[in-house]
Design a protein around this ligand. Structure first.
Ligand SMILES: [Zn+2]
Length: 335
C-alpha cells in the first residue's frame, strides 16, 4: 500500500539559483498572475488527459501556404502549436521544410501524420518571458521546387498562472542554497537542450506522465526559501513512494544519464525537434546515454538522490531550450 510522503518531503529543491539570477523583470513586475496564499504545498491535481484535435484559433493565408495557430495567446511557460499547410489551389506544391523565428529563437517544423497534413511547430514562451502583445512570428517556408514564402503574424505573450510557495529548509540543508552549484547544473542542462535533433521520435499518441499519480507541487512556482532565496520550480513534483517505476514520457533517445548535485540521479530523453523530458532524484537508472527508449519503458525508479528532503520525484520538460509546463504539454493535442 503506497503512502504519500509527508507534504514537506514533496517539495523539490531544484533551481535555487535559477530564481536568484534569472528572475526577469516580468516576473518581478507582475508576479500575481494567479496569486495564492503562501503555502508549502499545493493540493494534488489529477493527471491531465490529452486533448483531441481542435480547430485553429487563427489562420494566416499566404500565396502558396497557410499558417494556422492552435492557441489564442501564449502563457508564460506554455507551448503552442502552429501548422503550415499548402493552400487548396496549390496542390501541386509540397512543403520541403518550415522554420519559424519567434522570440529571438528558431523553431524547426516537423511533419504531420500524413504527407498532406502539412508541418507543425512548437512555439514556446519561457516562464520568465516578458509579457507583451504582438510579438512577431515569421515562418519561413521552403517548397519542394525550391521556392520560398514567408508567413507572418504576431503572438501575444500573457502571464502564466504560477503560485507562490514559502519553503523552510532545516539548518542541515543550508548547503543547498549554493549559487555556483545551481549555475553549473543549469549550464549543463542548457547545453543538453541546445542539441536539436531533426527527427521526431514521439508517435501519434503523444506524451504521457512518467508515473500514474496525482501531481503536487506545480511547474513555475515562485518559491522563497528561508525567507531569502527566490527561486522558480522547473518542473512538476509527483506524489510517489520510493521504488515506484518511472516510465519514459514518449519515445526518444537518452541524451543524459548520470548524477547531478541537485537533480541527483537524473535522466534526460531527447524526443526530437527540441523536445526533452527530465527525470530527477532516481534511486536506480535502467538506461544509458545514447540508448533508444520507447514510450512507457521503465527508465528507473523513484529515489531520494540529489537535493531533496525525502523520497521525491521531479519531472520536467524543456522545449526550444526553455523549461515548459509538462502538464500543459502532455494535455495538448499534437501530431
Ligand atoms: Zn520539483
Amino acid at each position: 500500500m503506497r503512502q504519500p510522503p509527508p507534504p514537506t518531503a514533496l517539495l523539490c529543491l531544484l533551481c535555487l539559483f535559477f530564481g536568484l539570477t534569472l528572475a526577469p523583470a516580468a516576473a518581478q513586475d507582475a508576479p500575481t498572475a494567479a496569486p495564492s496564499a503562501a503555502t508549502e504545498t499545493s493540493p494534488a491535481v489529477p493527471i491531465p488527459t490529452r486533448a483531441t484535435r481542435i480547430p485553429p484559433e487563427s489562420t494566416i493565408n499566404g500565396t502558396h501556404a497557410r499558417l494556422e495557430l492552435y492557441f489564442r495567446a501564449l502563457n508564460q511557460g506554455r507551448t503552442g502549436l502552429a501548422r503550415v499547410s499548402i493552400m487548396e489551389n496549390q496542390s501541386d506544391l509540397h512543403i520541403a521544410n518550415a522554420r519559424a523565428l519567434f522570440l529571438d529563437g528558431f523553431v524547426d517544423f516537423f511533419s504531420g501524420d500524413t504527407p498532406d497534413d502539412g508541418v507543425y511547430g512548437l512555439l514556446t514562451a519561457n516562464m520568465e518571458q516578458s509579457t507583451r502583445r504582438e510579438n512577431p512570428l515569421d515562418v519561413y517556408v521552403t517548397f519542394s521546387d525550391g521556392t520560398r514564402e514567408t508567413l507572418s503574424t504576431t503572438v501575444d505573450v500573457v502571464l502564466g498562472e504560477f503560485i507562490r510557495q514559502i519553503v523552510t529548509l532545516p539548518p542541515d540543508t543550508a548547503y543547498l542554497l549554493d549559487a555556483a552549484t545551481e549555475r553549473n547544473e543549469l549550464a549543463q542542462l542548457s547545453s543538453v537542450f541546445s542539441t536539436v535533433t531533426l527527427e521526431k521520435f514521439w508517435d501519434s499518441t503523444g506524451f504521457a506522465f512518467p508515473v500514474s499519480t496525482a501531481l503536487t507541487s506545480p511547474f513555475g512556482a515562485f518559491r522563497t526559501f528561508n525567507e531569502a532565496y527566490n527561486t522558480r520550480h522547473t518542473g512538476w513534483d509527483l506524489q510517489v513512494t520510493l521504488g515506484t517505476p518511472v516510465m519514459a514520457s514518449a519515445a526518444g533517445r537518452v541524451i543524459f544519464a548520470g548524477f547531478m548535485p541537485i537533480r541527483g540521479s537524473h535522466v534526460v530523453i531527447d524526443h526530437g525537434y527540441g523536445v526533452f523530458s527530465g527525470y530527477s532524484h532516481l534511486s536506480t537508472t535502467h538506461v544509458t546515454r545514447g540508448q533508444g527508449v520507447t514510450k512507457g519503458q521503465v527508465i528507473g525508479t523513484v529515489g531520494s538522490s540529489g537535493r531533496v528532503s525525502g523520497p521525491h520525484f521531479h519531472w520536467e520538460m524543456a522545449v526550444n531550450g526553455s523549461f515548459v509546463d509538462g502538464a500543459q504539454f502532455v494535455s495538448m493535442w499534437m501530431p
